[in-house]
Each structure stands twice: as C-alpha cells, then as structure tokens.
Design a protein. Structure first.
Length: 71
C-alpha cells in the first residue's frame, strides 16, 4: 500500500459497517448546473457502486463543508 493518505485512511469494513449502523455520517452534495445540463458522477465505491449521483461525499474530521465539497 502506498503512503497516499486517501488510500490509508480507510476504516476496516467490519468496523465501518458498525459505525454506519449506529452513528450519523455527515456528507456534502453538489448540484452542478451548466447551461441546461446537470453533472452526475458514476460511483466507484460502495454503497451504490455503479449508480449515478451528484458530486459529493463524506466530510472528514476537521474538514469544513467547503473543503469536503472541493475534495
């Protein structure tokens, strides 16, 4: 595994499942409109892998809403 923080910051699946079940997870979503079009992204991760969603994701500890949205 590389030293890239995005690859090493993941919680093991069994623990993540427990966290999601018992605690709220804050996230951000962006509705991006250009002319008369909307931007959707195809998810590459679970949940909903392969489905089309608005840009966004979970907010990391210590991160502002704007920082999370930009990431």
């Amino acid at each position: 595994m590389s030293s890239n923080s995005e690859e090493t910051d993941f919680v093991p699946s069994i623990l993540y499942d427990q966290i999601v079940r018992w605690m709220p997870n804050a996230s951000v979503e962006a509705v991006i409109v250009m002319e008369k079009s909307l931007l959707f992204l195809k998810r590459k991760n679970q949940p909903a892998m392969g489905q089309w969603w608005f840009a966004g994701g979970r907010i990391r500890k210590g991160e502002s809403l704007e920082e999370a949205l930009r990431r």
